[in-house]
Design a protein around this ligand. Structure first.
Ligand SMILES: [Zn+2]
Length: 281
């Protein structure tokens, strides 16, 4: 019944096999207006940096840019990049300036977001004004994720005040830590200056259902509804059911359990993504 809502989705994965027209068809069927589609992951998430392939990365971002070209108003592609990749600074510029991808996705698997060696990459991304979505929270994708993926590690992005970023999964299980980090960024620009703040929260599940309404309630009470962006984590964007499942479940929580106004629901499910993509004002 909630499919009357038109939504936008900030967290969709490509495997590198999809057809753009099928993605758009699935979006129509689930009433999804816009998606942020991550380019296919360029390699194994690994401690062994010697197997991170620049060539594979180029293939993946090329695939994404071809998909984006089919309907650039509705499919916004972000480049999945490993900052340890050789030539990452050059490639980041190429991805935005030549391939016209709109931002970056990163998972700190085997590296820490605040490492000094990535300074030039973050400076480049800041100068490109490209937003970043980071994985945060425990991950099933590699063995010791909790060593690298804590939300507070992103506090260092204060040094790059024009980088707009979102932490995914509300940092599950470090939900409070994630909210505190967002609060810290908001406090730095003033609590009313939501368009100047760097950090948004991508509410893509990760939080098991048992914790989800509580996590969302805390996020909304603490930060308001302007900094939360809906995401599905759909790993098969040609399948409308994968979108629908998360949309329906989150709308039920926001409406029935938390009793949010229509305006707040529309911000979280759709409008905040536009503000996120615009960058820090
Ligand atoms: Zn994901």
């Amino acid at each position: 019944m909630y499919l009357v809502y038109s939504v936008s989705d900030c967290h969709v994965h490509s495997k590198g096999v999809e057809k753009a027209e099928r993605i758009v068809k699935a979006m129509d069927a689930a009433n999804v207006e816009k998606i942020v589609l991550f380019s296919p992951h360029p390699g194994l998430m690994t401690m062994d940096t010697s197997i991170i392939s620049r060539e594979k990365f180029r293939e993946c971002v090329k695939f994404a840019s071809d998909i984006q070209r089919y309907d650039p108003d509705r499919i916004i592609c972000f480049a999945f990049i490993d900052p340890r990749m050789e030539g990452a600074v050059y490639e980041a510029e190429r991805v935005v300036c030549d391939l016209e991808l709109k931002g970056f996705k990163m998972i700190p698997a085997g590296w820490y977001p605040y490492e000094e060696r990535f300074r030039l990459l973050f400076e480049k991304i800041e100068s490109l004004r490209a937003p970043i979505i980071f994985h945060s929270g425990i991950s099933w994708g590699f063995p010791d994720s909790s060593r690298f993926c804590r939300p507070v590690y992103y506090e260092f992005l204060m040094f790059y005040p024009k980088i707009r970023f979102a932490l995914a999964h509300i940092g599950w299980p470090w939900v409070d830590e994630c909210l505190a980090t967002a609060g810290r960024f908001l406090a730095a620009v003033g609590w009313d200056n939501i368009d100047k703040t760097q950090m948004f929260i991508d509410i893509t599940p990760g939080t098991p259902r048992l914790w989800r309404s509580e996590a969302l309630r805390k996020a909304i009470v603490y930060l308001g509804s302007d900094l939360l962006i809906f995401g599905s984590d759909n790993g098969n964007p040609e399948d409308p059911e994968r979108f629908k499942k998360v949309i329906l479940s989150d709308l039920a929580i926001l409406k029935e359990e938390l009793g949010l106004t229509e305006d707040s629901i529309e911000k979280i499910m759709k409008r905040n993504l536009e503000r996120f993509l615009k960058g820090v004002s």
